[in-house]
Design a protein around this ligand. Structure first.
Ligand code: NAP
Length: 278
């Protein structure tokens, strides 16, 4: 019998996922007897597929659209997945199917790399968006002790729902409040899909941000979004969506293969080249 451990990304569609390239890099680098595959599974078939994940030959999986809600509800979510209200990673814990959310450490890991010590001087942050990525970003900022987090969203009610979920440090805001909120801010994070290839641009004026502000974007196609280009023109430090993607993959790999992998420059370049081709 083969001892090869395997994980996969489950989605519909999933063939464009960059996760195989990323996890196979680590499998090779750490000389692991492992594999990482793509499984295209419809929403209808998803519950049965994950109920027999081991039978399909897997010790765990990443989950992408349209299964993110089901991935939270069907397995046993850990505290972090429950807090964020979304799961992107599954693993078999002594035969029990568990789910977690790794976008929190993805965002924070990328930020720590781009601007070490950022949290020591950040009392107030502005987060754009109120969907799944935003919940992970807001949770990570609260964990790191940011006291006030303004969440601006096109649909105000969704920003207000984040206050219900995370408490009074979240201040829901309207898009029209942004000029006032950005004034003197030391951390701005885009957690909307604006600026992504095929989506409208994120057009905001960065001139009022503090001179030592860090600008983060969760979007990674293109690599340098309009927001990150504007931050660069203002001489601000920035954290990009590809670094977030790489850092969020670390814990899944460790849960499945038992090795905590390193996010290297070489890995960044490998994935960056793939994105540039797209
Ligand atoms: P989501 O739950 O659908 O949320 C989308 C957010 O974008 C909502 O706040 C939505 O506002 C806002 N939005 C969309 N179109 C807009 C527009 N035209 N004008 C203003 N706001 C708009 O999606 P998600 O899962 O949070 O993903 C958001 C982005 O994060 C995607 O680009 C995704 O690829 C990226 N992401 C990256 C990583 C990474 O590792 N780098 C991880 C997760 C997600 P409304 O509420 O008003 O609709």
């Amino acid at each position: 019998m083969s001892n090869t451990r395997a994980a996969c990304v489950i989605g519909w569609p999933a063939r464009h996922s960059r996760s195989p390239k990323l996890h196979r890099y680590w499998i090779e680098r750490y000389r692991i007897d492992g594999d990482y595959r793509v499984e295209e599974v419809t929403a209808q078939d998803f519950p049965a597929f994950i109920a027999d994940l081991a039978g399909h030959g897997y010790v765990g999986a990443n989950v992408t659209m349209p299964h993110k809600d089901a991935a939270l509800k069907l397995p046993e979510p850990d505290a972090r997945a429950r807090a964020v209200g979304a799961a992107n990673t599954l693993w078999l814990d002594n035969g029990r199917l568990r789910s977690t959310n790794t976008d929190v450490e993805g965002f924070i890991g990328a930020l720590d790399t781009a601007a070490p010590g950022w949290h020591e001087r950040t009392e107030r942050a502005v987060v754009l968006g109120a969907g799944g990525a935003s919940r992970a970003v807001v949770y990570g900022l609260i964990e790191r002790g940011v006291k006030t987090i303004h969440v601006a969203n096109r649909t105000f009610e969704k920003a207000a729902a984040l206050r219900e979920r995370f408490g009074p440090s979240v201040k829901p805001a309207r898009w029209s409040d942004l000029p006032r909120l950005l004034d003197g801010t030391k951390l701005l994070a885009n957690a909307t899909s604006l600026g992504m290839k095929g989506q409208p641009d994120l057009a905001i004026d960065l001139s009022a941000l503090a001179d030592d502000c860090v600008v983060a974007d969760v979007v990674y196609v293109p690599l340098k979004t309009g927001l990150l280009a504007a931050a660069e023109r203002r001489g601000l430090r920035s954290s990009n969506g590809l670094d977030m993607l790489l850092h969020q993959a670390v814990r899944g790999f460790e849960l499945w293969f038992g090795v905590r992998p390193e996010v290297t420059r070489e890995l960044f370049e490998l994935l960056a080249a793939d994105i540039m081709k797209a």
